[in-house]
Design a protein. Sequence first.
Length: 187
Amino acid sequence: MSVHRIEGYVIVSADGMLADANREMPKELKFAGDQQFFNAALDSADLIVHGRHSYEGQPNSPKRKRIILTSATAALSPDPSNPNATLWNPAGASFEQACERAGVRSGTVAIIGGPAVFGMFLDRYDTFWLSQAPHVRLPGGHPCFPGVGERSPQEILAAHGLRAGEPRILDAPHDVSVTPWRRQTSV
């Protein structure tokens, strides 16, 4: 049986968006402090999970083991363009089967998006690292979770049993911070 610590990572605009109307992360959401935090977290993760529109594009990215969610495969298959990647269709295989196929039976799994992927793990996160850029708005953008718009990202995380920890400033001039949202366990 696999044992994983599941952590999510996203930076959002004031209106809860992670991408613009073209499904791209605009330069307005890119801050050096957040990028450093994100890169360090992914360097320490054992496995990265994302959808076909998400990719971190960092120097170490090609070296990282990853699972890419897609409907282009029936269940699980190797990614022909990346020997470190496994293609996964959740309709045909479980997350645990995908991890096994990727060769990662334990350790930290970093979920990096997009919205549907983040949504799939809402009840499984041990910690969700929510970075916020409070002076950026992306009207018509893509939300970080399904349901953002009716509710804030914070309300959605709380509704799934996560509680906010102490925020940390990542970029003081732009008021960008990251807040760890941790799963509450019964004592």
